[in-house]
Design a binder for this molecule. Sequence first.
Ligand code: SAM
Length: 246
Amino acid sequence: MRIDVLTIFPEWFGGPFDVSLLGRAAADGTLDLRVHDLRDWTTDRHRSVDDAPYGGGAGMVMRPDVWFAAAEAVWNDLPASATTGRDAPPPGAAFEVGGTRPRTVLLTPRGVPLTQPLVRELAAEPRLVLCCGRYEGIDERVHEDVATDEVSIGDFVLLGGEVAAAALVEAVVRLLPGVVGNADSPLDESFSNGRLEYPHYTRPLAVRGREVPEILRSGDHGRVEEWRAARAEELTRRRRPDLLEG
Ligand code: SAM
C-alpha cells in the first residue's frame, strides 16, 4: 500500500516508521510511505504556509493555494514545480490529471472518529494521502475540495496532525497481509467484534502474590473460551457500554 503524508514537519516521520513491524513493512515493500514537505509548494521567499484568518481572531490558518498545489502534485505524481508558480492551474481547476483521486484524509478534531471499521475500510485502499494541519487548522476550502475524508483520533486537540496521521498509518498497516505475524490476531482483538478484548496472562505463574486465573491453566479450551468471552463482555460493559449499544 502506498501512503503519502503532507506535513510541514517531514522529519517527524523519521524514527518511528523505521522500527518494528512498520520498519519491516517498509523494507519488504508492503508499505510505500512517502513523506512530503508542504513547503515545497510555497512560492514566496519565506516559504509561508499560513496567513491571518479572514474575520479576525487568534492564530494563523494554513493557506489553501499551497495545499491545493501539493495535493494535486501528489495525486498525480507530478514534481512540485508542475503545480506551483505562474503556469499552475488555478486552485481546484485541474485535479486528478492522471486518474482518480486517491482517498485523501485530512486529520482534524472536527472529523469522524477513527474506529476499527474505518481503519479496515482504509486498509482496503491501494493508496492513501494524509494531510496534517498545524496552527488553527487549514482553510475550509481544502476541507471541502481536497479531502475525501475528515478524521479525528479523539476528542482532544493536538498541536498538529502528525501524531494523528501516525496513529492512522500504524492502525492501517497492521491490517495489511503479512504485517502481523499471527494471522488471527487482528480478527480476535478489541473492536473487531464490538467488544474490548479479554485479559492476557503469561509466565511467571505467580508474581508479587498474584496468580494467573486457574481456568487458563486447566487445559479445557471450551471453558477458557467461555471465560474469555465473559471477561470481554464484562470489561466492555464497565468501560465502553457504547460499544454494546452499537
Ligand atoms: N482550531 C482547531 C479546532 O479547534 O478544531 C484545532 C487545530 S489543531 C491546534 C492543529 C491541527 O492538529 C489540526 O489542523 C489537525 O490537523 C491536528 N489535530 C489536532 N487535534 C486532532 C485530533 N484530535 N484528530 C486529528 N487531528 C488533530
